[in-house]
Design a protein around this ligand. Structure first.
Ligand code: IPE
Ligand code: IPE
Ligand code: MG
Length: 580
C-alpha cells in the first residue's frame, strides 16, 4: 500500500478491505459454514447491485464501488475472486499441489492486476494481464504459501487445513498430528520444506519478472519478496511457536525493508508518472463511463471497458470526452482554421537518450515518451488539428536489441488498449507494414483502428513498422503489376496515379514535419507525403515535450512563407503565411 502512488492508495485500501471482509467472514467460525456461506453470498450480491448503481449504504462496499468506478477496475474478475473465496466453504482442504494452485490463483490473481490497472490510469503504461507474465503466478504462489504458513495456527484451530494432503503424506504427517501441535521431527521437516518452497518460488519469480516490469511496479514486487522473505525467516526462527501463535516480523526489520523502498518508490513515481491528473477530467470520465454502463443490465460492463482479454475497442468512451486541459491551465493560441496546418508529422526522437541520461533503462524512456504523446494529442485536439502522424517504430528500428523492441511493443500495446486517446475524439490509423510485426501488436492496431473509425475530431496516424522507401517500393510494384495486367498504361503514370498506389494513399500531404532531440534528418519518414513539408527541429528529447511545444511549432509554421516554387505565395495559401 505504502509503495503505490499516493493517488492510488485509497483504492488499494478499498480492495484490501473488501477482500479481508470476505476472507474474515469465511474464516470467522461464527455460525455454521452454511450460514457463513449465505452471508457472504448476500454481501456479494449486494456488492454487485451497488457496483451497478454506483453507490452503497455499506462503507466497505461504498469504498470498493468508488474504486471500481474511479479507476475502471475489472469488476467481473474481482467478483470472480470473491466467488473463489466463497467456494472454500464447500470444501475441506486440498488434495494436491495442483488443486492448491488452482485455489490460490482463483482467489488471488485478480487483486494485483487491479493495481496495475490503477497504474495505467495514473499514466504509466504497464502490462495489466500479470497472469500472462512468466513468473507472476509463481510469485502469487510464493505469497500464498507464506500466508498459509502464517495462518497455520488459525487453520489448526478451525476445520480446514490448506496444506495439500500430498505433501503431508510425503512427510508422513497426519492432520491430527499437526492439530496436536507436537513439534515432531516430521512436522519440523514439513514446515522447513514449505518455507523453503515458498522462498524458492518468490526468488524465482523475482528473477523472472525483473526485466519485464517497469521500475515502479518492480520496486513493489521486490519489496513484497523481501517482506515475505523476512516473514519466512521469522517463521523458521520461531520453531515450534508456529504451531501456537501467529509469528510476526519484528517491526525494525519491516522498517529496514520498507523505509528505503518507500523513498525509492516515491522518487520513481515522481519521475515516471505524469503530474497529478486533472480531477475535473476524472469526474467527466467517471460520468461518461456511468452513462455508457447504465445501458447494461449487469455490472459486467464496467469490467468490459478496459480491454484486457475482452474484445478490442470495448473501452471506447461514447460520446468522447472533451480534451483534457493542460495541468497548468495553459490554453492553445487562437489560430484561425484556415491558417492551421492540416497535417503535422512528428519524429518522436530522443526517448533512449533521455532515459540513459537519468540512469534509467531505455524502455523507461519509451514509457515516458508515450506520456508525452498523450499530452501532444490533447494539444492537437484543443487547437483543432485535423491530422497528426507520429513515427513510433521504423523498419530500421528492428536493428535494436530484441529486448528493447519487445518492451517498446508492450508499451505500445498497453497504450493502445488502455491509453487516454480512447476517451477522446481521436480516430486512430495505422501506417506501416504487418510484415514481421508480432500478431498481438498488429491485432491491437487493427482493432483500435476499427473501434475508432467513426470518430471525427483528430486523425492520429501511428507509423509502426513504417519505412518510406518500402512504401515507395510497394507503390512501384503495385503499378508494375497493374501495367502487366493491362489495367494501366505506363505512359500515363502520373503523380496522382502513383499516389493512388501507395499503401496508405488516403494520407494527406504533410504541412509541417517536426523532429525532436536535436537530430536534423528525416530517417526514412514519409518521403512522398512530406515532400514539401515545412521542417521544424527542436533540441529537447521527446519525453520532455508537451502540447505547448506542438503549439509553438504550429505558431512558427503560420509565419512560414510557403511558395511551393512560385515567385510569391500563391493565392490559395492563407494570408498569414505571407509573413504577417
Ligand atoms: C525514439 O527514441 C523512439 C523510437 C525510435 C522508437 P529513440 O529510442 O530513438 O531515442 P534515442 O534517439 O536513442 O535517444
Ligand atoms: C526515427 O528515430 C524513428 C522513430 C522515431 C520511430 P531513430 O532514432 O530510429 O532514427 P535515427 O536512428 O536517429 O536515424
Ligand atoms: Mg533516436
Amino acid at each position: 500500500m505504502q509503495l503505490m502512488p499516493p493517488a492510488a492508495r485509497p483504492a488499494c485500501w478499498a480492495l484490501y478491505a473488501a477482500f479481508s471482509y470476505a476472507d474474515d467472514l469465511i474464516d470467522s467460525g461464527e455460525g455454521t459454514p452454511e450460514e457463513r456461506g449465505r452471508r457472504l453470498q448476500e454481501w456479494r450480491d449486494a456488492l454487485e447491485a451497488d457496483l451497478t448503481s454506483g453507490t452503497s449504504e455499506d462503507p466497505i462496499r461504498l469504498a470498493l464501488t468508488d474504486a471500481v468506478w474511479h479507476w475502471g477496475l475489472d469488476l467481473r474478475d474481482l467478483l470472480g475472486a470473491l466467488d473463489a473465496v466463497q467456494r472454500d466453504d464447500d470444501r475441506k482442504g486440498v488434495a494436491t499441489w495442483q488443486e492448491w494452485r488452482e485455489r490460490a490463483h482463483a482467489q488471488n490473481l485478480s487483486w494485483p492486476e487491479q493495481l496495475m490497472r490503477m497504474l495505467v490510469r495514473c499514466g504509466l503504461p504497464v502490462p495489466v494481464r500479470l497472469r500472462d507474465l512468466p513468473g507472476f503466478t509463481r510469485f502469487v504462489e510464493g505469497l500464498y504459501l507464506t500466508d498459509t504458513l502464517r495462518d497455520l495456527v488459525d487453520d489448526l484451530d478451525g476445520e480446514d487445513l490448506w496444506i495439500p494432503a500430498e505433501v503431508l503424506d510425503r512427510f508422513q504427517v497426519t492432520p491430527a498430528e499437526l492439530r496436536s501441535r507436537q513439534w515432531t521431527p516430521a512436522v519440523q521437516q514439513l514446515i522447513a520444506h514449505l518455507a523453503g518452497q515458498a522462498r524458492e518460488w518468490l526468488e524465482n519469480s523475482r528473477r523472472a519478472l525483473r526485466d519485464t516490469l517497469p521500475l515502479g511496479p518492480s520496486i513493489v514486487l521486490d519489496t513484497a519478496v523481501e517482506l515475505f522473505g523476512a516473514e519466512l525467516d521469522a517463521l523458521v526462527r520461531a520453531g515450534s511457536a508456529v504451531l501456537h501463535r501467529q509469528v510476526r516480523v519484528p517491526r525494525h526489520i519491516e522498517w529496514r525493508i520498507l523505509g528505503p523502498a518507500r523513498a525509492r518508490a516515491a522518487v520513481v513515481w515522481r519521475l515516471t508518472l505524469p503530474p497529478g491528473r486533472d480531477t475535473v477530467t476524472d469526474t467527466a470520465r467517471t460520468v461518461a463511463a456511468r452513462r455508457t454502463d447504465a445501458a447494461s443490465p449487469t455490472g459486467a460492463a464496467a469490467g468490459d471497458r478496459l480491454g484486457g482479454p475482452e474484445p478490442l475497442g470495448s473501452r471506447i468512451a461514447e460520446p468522447p470526452l472533451p480534451p483534457r486541459p493542460h495541468r497548468d491551465g495553459v490554453r492553445p493560441p487562437t489560430i484561425a482554421a484556415a491558417h492551421l496546418p492540416q497535417h503535422v508529422a512528428i519524429v518522436m526522437d530522443g526517448n533512449g537518450r533521455w532515459a540513459t541520461g537519468l540512469g534509467l533503462p531505455r524502455d523507461e524512456g519509451h514509457r515516458a515518451g508515450a506520456m508525452a504523446l498523450r499530452d501532444v494529442v490533447q494539444g492537437a485536439l484543443e487547437i483543432g488539428l485535423p491530422h497528426l502522424t507520429v513515427y513510433a517504430f521504423s523498419t530500421e528500428n528492428w536493428k535494436r536489441s530484441p529486448d528493447e523492441v519487445s518492451k517498446l511493443f508492450a508499451i505500445m500495446r498497453a497504450e493502445l488498449l488502455d491509453g487516454e486517446l480512447l476517451d477522446h475524439d481521436v480516430r486512430l490509423r495505422w501506417v506501416g507494414s504487418p510484415d514481421g510485426l508480432p500478431d498481438d501488436v498488429a491485432d491491437v492496431l487493427r482493432g483500435q483502428e476499427h473501434a475508432t473509425r467513426n470518430r471525427a475530431g483528430l486523425t492520429l496516424n501511428i507509423c509502426v513498422n513504417y519505412g518510406g522507401r518500402a512504401e515507395l517500393t510497394q507503390a512501384g510494384a503495385a503499378l508494375a503489376r497493374a501495367a502487366l495486367a493491362g489495367e494501366i498504361d505506363p505512359a500515363r503514370v502520373s503523380e496522382q496515379l502513383f499516389a493512388a498506389h501507395l499503401p496508405h494513399h488516403a494520407l494527406p500531404d504533410v504541412d509541417l514535419l517536426w523532429r525532436t532531440s536535436g537530430e536534423i534528418r528525416t530517417s526514412n519518414f514519409l518521403p512522398w507525403h512530406a515532400h514539401y513539408a515545412e521542417l521544424h527541429f527542436t533540441d529537447q528529447p521527446w519525453p520532455e515535450v508537451d502540447r505547448r511545444d506542438l503549439w509553438e511549432a504550429i505558431e512558427a509554421y503560420t509565419h512560414r512563407k510557403r511558395r511551393k516554387g512560385a515567385a510569391s505565395v500563391q493565392a490559395s495559401v492563407p494570408a498569414r503565411n505571407e509573413g504577417e
